[in-house]
Design a protein around this ligand. Structure first.
Ligand code: NAP
Length: 310
């Protein structure tokens, strides 16, 4: 039987990825929408999650595509109503609220899937398999994009809990922590916060796995093409995972990757987790971000203008 899913928050990622994936994946279907502003044709639509849950006890699962701030209350409503839950990344605005959700889901025997879409990128499994046989020397992450192109008008990313440049940067950390065998720890961080904003526009991190150094540069001030790349130096050569995890090359030779869409993979996984009565909640990437805020040196940089001068 197909899993009926209620979608909450019809913003950029819901429209670009969740709606098409829900069409593609067998065994799941979109059954209702909760949105403050939007409706979809031929679909029951509600102004908020509580109205949806009350009106449609037949909907067994909810997918939350709202910003991380405020997601906890929505998520708790879903679990208390006895429905399975899939969360967009990051799974919350704090680590402790995600842990509380995990406990609540476990206590009720419900599936909670804290998704990390970049881990489902086409070449990530290739990178993990190759790295398993390597002696690592160093890792360098460069994650640069134009915030005006990728987050136009999104106020929540600049507000506390919105992560700022860690909103894309956490995707790199989700891949990093999925492909390395050993834990990653944060050593230091430098955060550049525009005057008048609450979250960083750029961040550089120093991390380690064992004794191996890992550097990361996250920057939203890129005005050219985006760069979403992780470079691994090993005793045998250099491998590069780029295009956000979609392309893997060893010493410049591109390796054939899986032909799959990130979000179709996520919904197939959610369906399977529900069928097996399992949960998948990994807070590791969010914990590294929290550590960067805990120990990071903050410097104020020039104000960010949504529309550039000149
Ligand atoms: P967005 O375009 O701002 O959409 C978020 C939607 O959530 C809004 O359209 C709104 O939908 C709803 N919402 C509820 N409360 C809100 C509030 N207080 N402020 C703003 N919106 C509120 O954001 P998004 O880019 O889709 O990102 C949503 C989540 O997906 C984030 O956690 C983000 O990290 C993740 N994500 C985004 C991308 C991307 O490329 N954009 C990629 C992967 C993951 P209604 O008007 O329908 O209520």
């Amino acid at each position: 039987m197909s899993l009926a899913i209620g979608l909450v928050g019809l913003g950029a990622i819901a429209r670009a990825q969740h709606l098409p994936a829900l069409e593609q994946v067998d065994g799941v279907h979109l059954a209702a929408l909760a949105s403050r502003n939007a409706t979809l044709p031929d679909l029951p639509c509600y102004p908020d999650i509580d109205a949806l849950l009350a009106a449609q006890p037949d909907i067994g699962a909810i997918s939350l595509c709202t910003p991380p701030q405020g997601r906890f209350d929505q998520a708790m409503s879903v679990l208390r109503a006895g429905r399975h839950l899939m969360l967009e990344k990051p799974p919350g605005a704090t680590v402790s609220e995600v842990e509380a959700l995990r406990e609540e889901a476990a206590r009720r025997g419900l599936t909670l899937f804290a998704s990390w879409h970049s881990r489902a990128a086409a070449a990530v499994d290739l990178a993990r398999a190759w790295l398993a046989g390597q002696r690592l020397r160093a890792v360098q992450i460069d994650w640069r994009e134009d915030v005006r192109k990728w987050h136009p008008g999104q106020q929540w990313i600049w507000q506390a809990g919105g992560l700022g440049v860690f909103d894309p940067g956490i995707n790199a950390l989700s891949i990093l922590t999925a492909v390395l065998a050993d834990p990653v720890r944060l050593i230091s961080a430098d955060l550049s916060v525009p005057e008048g904003r609450e979250t960083p526009i750029a961040a550089s991190l120093e991390m380690r796995t064992g004794a191996v150094p890992i550097g990361a540069n996250f920057d939203w001030r890129e005005t050219g093409d985006e760069l979403w790349r992780i470079q691994f130096d090993t005793d045998e050569g250099r491998a590069t995972l780029d295009q956000g995890g979609a392309r893997f090359a060893i010493d410049g030779r591109v390796q054939p990757a899986a032909d799959r869409s990130e979000y179709a993979t996520l919904y197939a996984r959610f369906r399977d987790l529900v069928a097996r009565g399992e949960r998948d909640v990994d807070v590791t990437p969010l914990r590294l971000v929290a550590d960067a805020f805990l120990c990071g040196h903050t410097q104020q940089v020039e104000p960010f203008q949504e529309v550039p001068h000149g």
